[in-house]
Design a protein around this ligand. Structure first.
Ligand SMILES: C[S@@+](CC[C@H](N)C(=O)[O-])C[C@H]1O[C@@H](n2cnc3c(N)ncnc32)[C@H](O)[C@@H]1O
Length: 228
């Protein structure tokens, strides 16, 4: 899976160099290319934004600069089954179902907005030209699309073959429209609290049943809205 991120702040993506994602990159299971949108400004001062027509607060990222950067990312991912995503609070909210769907693509181009966002014409043209979607990570407004892009990369990568063991994604929260059962590890007793007996029994069928019941009970309690 190839992720191509268009951003004004490539230096923000350091967290993706460590842990599971960092290892997946080293093993070349996923590739993350960071492209600075500023490199596509034709202005001698490398300006990427301007004041909004009609007035109002803040600055807007110029359509031509964003479109040029998008064209570059398009070339870099030529021939691949891909989707172009603009991270935006106005987009469809990211769900596990969407994450799994995105993981089936060969490449994702992730566009990070900043300031007041991107000139609508760049968005409209990309929508006309390509498989394009606006995705939000929740009903709140962040300063830029960089954190949302990292959220998408992390969540999608977990479903890319070779990043995790398959079992890790099969039983976890949201995988079957419910939350995961509680997990325990050593020691067997901590501050007077014991690990449930059944998990120490070695009886696989009883453990499976216990986990199934717990997952259902926890989902009913915490997130009844996701039960089908
Ligand atoms: C300050 S926001 C712009 C908000 C825009 N003026 C509005 O009210 O819809 C700047 C950028 O942050 C990103 N962003 C902010 N909140 C987001 C969210 N909840 N999900 C995804 N991206 C978000 C987008 O890329 C957006 O262009």
């Amino acid at each position: 899976m190839q992720f191509h991120v268009l951003t004004l702040f490539p230096e923000m993506f350091v967290p993706l160099e460590t842990s599971i994602i960092g290892r997946a990159r080293k093993n070349n299971v996923i590739q993350i290319q960071l492209t600075n949108i500023r490199d596509f400004s034709c202005d001698k001062h490398k300006k990427v934004d301007d004041t909004p027509y009609g007035g109002g607060a803040g600055m807007v990222m110029r359509a031509d600069v964003v479109y040029n950067a998008y064209q570059y990312a398009n070339k870099q991912t030529e021939g691949k089954d891909k989707k172009v995503i603009y991270l935006s609070p106005q987009g469809k909210k990211l769900t596990q179902q969407k994450v799994v769907e995105l993981s089936k693509k060969e490449a994702l181009i992730l566009i990070c907005g900043h300031y007041e966002g991107i000139d609508q014409r760049a968005i409209d043209i990309m929508q006309e030209e390509t498989d394009f979607e606006e995705i939000s990570i929740g009903d709140y407004v962040l300063t830029g699309g960089e954190l949302p892009a990292m959220v998408v990369i992390d969540a999608v990568s977990r479903y890319v073959e070779g990043v995790l063991t398959e079992d890790s994604t099969k039983e976890e929260s949201f995988a079957q429209n419910q939350l995961e059962y509680p997990q325990y590890t050593r020691p067997e007793e901590f501050m007077g609290h014991k690990v449930p007996e059944v998990l120490l029994s070695g009886h696989h069928e009883n453990i499976r049943k216990w986990r199934e019941e717990k997952a259902l009970a926890i989902t009913k309690l915490k997130r009844p809205d996701i039960l089908k």
